[in-house]
Design a protein around this ligand. Structure first.
Ligand SMILES: Nc1ncnc2c1ncn2[C@@H]1O[C@H](COP(=O)(O)OP(=O)(O)OP(=O)(O)O)[C@@H](O)[C@H]1O
Ligand SMILES: [Mg+2]
Length: 276
């Protein structure tokens, strides 16, 4: 699996003409963990979702190249895109409430996702669902399979969501701030789980996050976005030595617990960062 993005642009119509939200983003992704960081509105979600062509209706999409494992996402028909979305690539979002069906049990939803992709009997699908729940480290998977989404805690809901995304055995997982609705301990557990699954299954991962220290530990490579552009791309381990003033600003705004600073630095912006 390889993702190729060249000069990706996404714009929205407005009374004063198209507003470009993503402005010439390029990157490639193989079997690795890529982070996209940047402030709210910088275009992280749109960039990642473009790979699955899951964009708001009004979005105008263009690129010199946008390929998922050789498939031309710009020109593929809906059937081809459905095969990617429902099988080869999975999207985990911040809040499982919007992705889980409230009137179906966790087990039934996972079983359905599994069966849609692999066929087999209901019984096999149910067994696979319970097995997937065990894989996302749910302790009593048989009992949890029979619960409805409202009967699950936030962390459990997120595990169920991840289990459902894994059912078709995807090659790429896009996790869009998958843990920002959870408290710190559960956050760490979910990330460890994603890391473990990505490694064992040999998937590619795009992790979208606001949390620079977290991604520098967790990912291989980091794209820093600002105002619809990639302003910096580096190996995650080198993030601390990042050059771009915006990235430096993000890093310097972080509180350092071991260091008694009188006040936090304020992120300064320079209009030239957004310029073409
Ligand atoms: N449906 C839409 N209609 C108009 N503009 C939109 C729409 N969706 C997104 N945008 C524009 O695109 C910009 C980037 O959106 P995107 O969701 O990619 O940001 P993001 O970096 O993921 O932010 P966040 O961290 O808040 O999730 C938004 O600030 C907004 O201006
Ligand atoms: Mg977003």
């Amino acid at each position: 699996m390889e993702v190729v993005v060249q000069n990706l642009r996404i714009a929205f119509p407005s009374p004063s003409g198209p507003l470009e939200a993503v402005r010439g983003v390029s990157f490639t992704l193989g079997q690795e963990k890529l982070a996209i960081v940047g402030e709210s509105g910088s275009g992280k979600s749109l960039t990642a979702r473009a790979i699955m062509r899951l964009l708001p209706r009004a979005a105008m999409l263009s690129a010199d190249a946008l390929r998922f494992d050789g498939i031309d996402v710009l020109n593929a028909d809906e059937n081809a895109m459905r095969r990617i979305r429902g099988g080869r690539a999975g999207l985990v979002m911040q809040d499982p409430k919007y992705s889980l069906n409230p009137v179906m049990t966790a087990g039934a939803q996972i079983a359905e996702a599994w069966r849609a992709h692999r066929g087999g009997t209901r019984r096999q699908a149910r067994e696979a669902a319970v097995d997937l729940l065990a894989q996302v480290q749910i302790r009593d998977p048989g009992a949890v399979a029979d619960r409805y989404p409202h009967q699950l805690s936030g962390g459990m809901g997120q595990r169920v969501m991840i289990a459902m995304m894994l059912a078709p055995d995807p090659e790429l997982l896009i996790a869009d701030e998958p843990t920002s609705a959870l408290d710190a301990t559960v956050q760490a557990e979910i990330l460890r789980l994603i890391e473990d699954l990505v490694q064992r299954r040999g998937m590619g991962l795009i992790l979208i996050s606001h949390d620079l220290p977290l991604v520098s530990h967790f990912c291989d490579r980091v794209l820093v976005m600002y105002a619809g552009r990639v302003v910096e791309e580096c190996r995650a381990g080198e993030l601390a030595r990042a050059q771009h003033p915006y990235t430096r600003g993000l890093l310097e705004c972080l509180p350092i617990l071991s260091e008694k600073r009188r006040r936090l630095a304020v992120l300064r912006r320079d209009p030239s960062w957004a310029a073409a």
